[in-house]
Design a protein around this ligand. Structure first.
Ligand code: FES
Length: 119
């Protein structure tokens, strides 16, 4: 019988009532949590918002989320064949699902435009 990981994901957007979605994904030893999230996006629910860029190289730092109560990179945290609770970062501006605003304020487009006086 194939093992699975159950990913319990906090959903919702800024200013909206949150919800929780639960997904069972196939488990293979050595997979990352990001592998599980990408499986969800590809085969189960394309509406799940996640952010990543380097895909398991741990260089972009965009996949940072809270995994079972601890801040971690989804691409280096190992998937486990049990329940795992995934939440967005609590100290960053929440955008949607597991995505938070991670760009420094000066690098955000809206702030850069305001600073340049072109707004
Ligand atoms: S996907 Fe780039 S650091 Fe995790």
């Amino acid at each position: 019988m194939m093992e699975t990981a159950k990913l319990i994901v906090e959903r919702g957007g800024a200013g909206t009532e949150g919800s929780v979605s639960t997904y069972e994904v196939p488990y293979t030893h050595g997979q990352s949590v990001l592998d599980g999230l990408r499986y969800i996006r590809t085969y189960l629910d394309p509406t799940l918002a996640i952010r990543y860029s380097c895909t398991n190289a741990n260089t972009c730092k965009e996949c940072m989320i809270v995994i079972d109560g601890k801040v971690a990179y989804a691409c280096t945290a190992r998937l486990k064949p049990c329940d795992m609770i995934l939440k967005p970062l609590p100290t960053k501006q929440h955008l949607r699902d597991l995505v938070t605003e991670i760009a420094p304020p000066d690098e955000r487009l809206v702030n850069a435009i305001a600073k340049s006086g072109d707004a």
